[in-house]
Design a protein around this ligand. Structure first.
Ligand code: ADP
Length: 635
């Protein structure tokens, strides 16, 4: 039973409109192939591209031209050429990312993500798997289920892939043995069950010989099907399920061409929407009714998951980029604390407590991660104790955001449950993450509105609250100058409080040391205390080395615009070290004191401080006077 070759040329010649329409309406299956080159991955992909006869991949068009040229010499030659090309390309591109290849058959379009399989490329596999509907797990029939088979399956399952194909390859090299096939399938079935893979389809194949790829092979009379391509063409795509779920539409932008039109544009993540539907905008929770469902091609009577539309509302309610429009009676959750699973993708390890940008759909917030509860050994799936996550590590950790976000658990929605973390300084994507669930304490702790507001506190004190944040090396003069500034403010009848690094470490922060993570937590707590005091209407002065830009910026972000005044006490290291007020530099140089800023721990100088004082050029009094002048008026 040979499958008739798909010959688009004939259809194009006869009925180009019909061809284009059928092509447009075909649905798309995204899948990922897992396995190494040794397992025959390139050969299998080559076989799929070759047998489907339609190659749209730019890099392959030259190869295709070549294969047409040599076509008269028989199939094996151009097929081999194609495979060589794929393997060469994979070697060159191996560290870059994921190679996506496009091909089509009569029934479906396909995008296959071809990722390197070694453990050091876990992040590439995660990238490829994050958008895939199905995973083809490739096994060398001679070797059976390997550590990497388990790792790949685990990662794909973790990333939410629900359809698995176990392609037992190189069957020609085990004499098409049914026993061997059955043995491998039984072995894999046990493992799959243990990690929660509900179902998989096992197919005995030879990518090289082409057995059971497009047609049932005479070499495996014991196998009744399906063959690989048929399975890929017919496997259900979960689209119906996606449409049956309640409406979720993350707003990408507000479309306001003129005063009469205000629409909210985005791609429908799940559900359907039509004029007259009651919707709720989150996180605000306001409700309204949909008036129109607008597209470039005109208004729709109904739009479904996957479509990009612009909605207009019956009422003028607030709605902007990052909000989520949802079914009014089944809204998603809003929370700011979560348990998450993280895949770390950067050379710089996770720094617990540091602020990262978190992007989830169209929402963008600042987030901090707790030290991991555990990391997962991706080969054995054991849970390991971990203080951080290194490149390619996977771990479970609690995360909190500075503002509530609209979300759904990743298992329910990749769009509203999957996120990335971005380093605020380098702008690199450092992690891919999945929201597992929100923490109950976040749901049950509400902000208690009070009758006396921060404005009332400030008005009573007849001043504008501020946080004067002194930063600089140890011995640069932060405490001395802050003290002089506070004395001046006090003489001016201002209400102040000076938070000093050493003093805070005797009480509130006595549990913290001087590792990077502890320094970050130290500053976070001081920031929160300074914020409370500013809420109480005080002018707060803080004298902390606060060596990291990211944490100073984190405190800046906690406060209303203009209240955080960064004062860089700019004293050269040699000068501060020569002063050595507390004898700490000497200890650090001798090695008796570890992680000392300026010696064996970095200091990141402010780039744009509100005020800079140079203690080599200015006396303490001059510096204090300059600061007072800079912060006037005080009301
Ligand atoms: P920090 O709080 O930054 O660790 P300190 O204020 O404790 O630094 O120590 C700074 C030391 O430098 C003090 O002994 C102070 O008298 C001395 N010093 C000398 N000149 C200056 C100046 N122009 N500004 C600030 N401090 C100075």
């Amino acid at each position: 039973m040979t499958r008739p070759a798909y010959t688009p040329e004939a259809q194009i010649a006869e009925d180009i409109e019909g061809y284009l329409a059928s092509h447009r309406d075909k649905d798309l299956l995204r899948f990922i192939t897992c396995g190494s080159v040794d397992d025959g991955k390139s050969t299998l992909i080559g076989r799929l591209l070759y047998d489907s006869k339609m190659i749209f991949d730019d890099q392959l068009s030259a190869l295709e031209a070549d294969s047409k040229r040599v076509g008269t010499q028989g199939q094996e030659i151009d097929f081999a050429l194609l495979v060589d090309g794929l393997a060469a390309e994979r070697e060159q591109g191996i560290t870059i990312d994921v190679a996506y290849r496009f091909f089509t058959t009569e029934k479906r379009k396909f995008i296959v993500a071809d990722c390197p399989g070694h453990e050091q490329y876990t992040r590439n596999m995660v990238t490829g798997a994050s958008t895939a509907d199905l995973a083809v797990i490739l096994i060398d029939a001679r070797k059976g289920v390997l550590v990497q088979t388990r790792r790949h399956s685990y990662l794909c399952h973790l990333l939410g892939i629900r359809h698995f194909v176990l392609a037992v390859n190189k069957l020609d090299l085990v004499d098409y043995s049914q026993d061997r096939f059955d043995e491998i399938v039984a072995d894999y079935a046990g493992f799959a069950r243990s990690i929660g893979i509900a179902d998989f389809t096992a197919i005995p194949i030879s990518g090289f010989k082409g057995d059971n790829i497009t047609a049932l092979s005479a070499n495996t009379p014991w196998y009744a099907g399906p063959v690989l391509i048929d399975h890929l063409e017919t496997v259900s795509l979960d689209r119906a399920e996606q449409q049956a779920a309640p409406l979720r539409l993350p707003v990408q932008w507000v479309n306001r061409p003129n005063l009469d039109f205000r629409g909210f544009a985005g791609q429908i993540a799940s559900g359907t929407v039509k004029p007259g539907d009651a919707v709720r905008v989150l996180p605000s929770g306001r409700t309204t009714t949909v008036s129109r469902v607008v597209t470039l091609g005109g208004d729709l009577e109904q739009a479904v998951a996957g479509e990009s539309v612009t909605l207009t509302f019956a009422d003028e309610i607030d709605c902007s980029r990052g909000d989520v429009i949802a079914a009014a009676d089944a809204p998603p959750e809003v929370a700011d604390q979560f348990e998450t699973t993280l895949v770390w993708m950067d050379d710089q390890p996770l720094i617990p407590g540091r602020g990262y940008w978190l992007k989830l759909g169209t929402q963008s917030v600042s987030a901090t991660v707790q030290p991991p509860k555990y990391a997962i050994n991706v080969n054995t799936l054991d849970r390991l104790a971990a203080k951080t996550l290194d490149l390619n590590a996977i771990g479970v950790a609690e995360l909190s955001t500075d503002k509530p976000i609209v979300f759904e658990p990743y298992a329910q929605s990749k769009v509203l449950g999957g996120f990335i973390l971005i380093d605020k300084l380098t702008n690199r994507t450092v992690a891919a993450g999945m929201l597992n669930f929100s923490l109950r304490r976040a749901q049950n702790v509400h902000w208690q509105p009070t009758d006396i507001t921060r404005e009332d506190h400030a008005a009573l004190k007849n001043q504008k609250p501020r946080v004067l944040w002194f930063t600089g090396l140890s011995g640069s003069g932060k405490s001395t100058i802050a003290n002089a500034v506070e004395k001046r403010l006090s003489l001016m009848n201002r209400h102040t409080f000076l938070l000093d690094g050493d003093n805070v470490r005797h009480g509130l922060n006595k549990d913290l040391g001087f590792t990077e993570a502890d320094r970050i937590e130290n500053i976070r707590r001081v920031g929160e205390v300074a914020k409370l005091m500013a809420d109480a209407g005080l002018i707060v002065l803080t004298a902390f080395i606060s060596p990291f830009r990211a944490e100073r910026d984190m405190v800046r972000a906690m406060l209303p615009e203009g209240e955080f005044i960064e004062i860089f006490v700019d004293t050269p290291l040699e000068v501060a070290e020569a002063r050595d007020v507390k004898g700490l530099y000497k200890k650090a140089r001798s090695g008796a004191l570890k992680n000392f800023t300026g010696v064996d721990s970095p200091y990141e100088a402010p780039e744009h401080p509100e005020i800079r004082v140079n203690t080599v050029e200015m006396t303490v009094d001059e510096a204090a006077d300059a600061i007072i002048r800079a912060i006037l008026p005080l009301k």
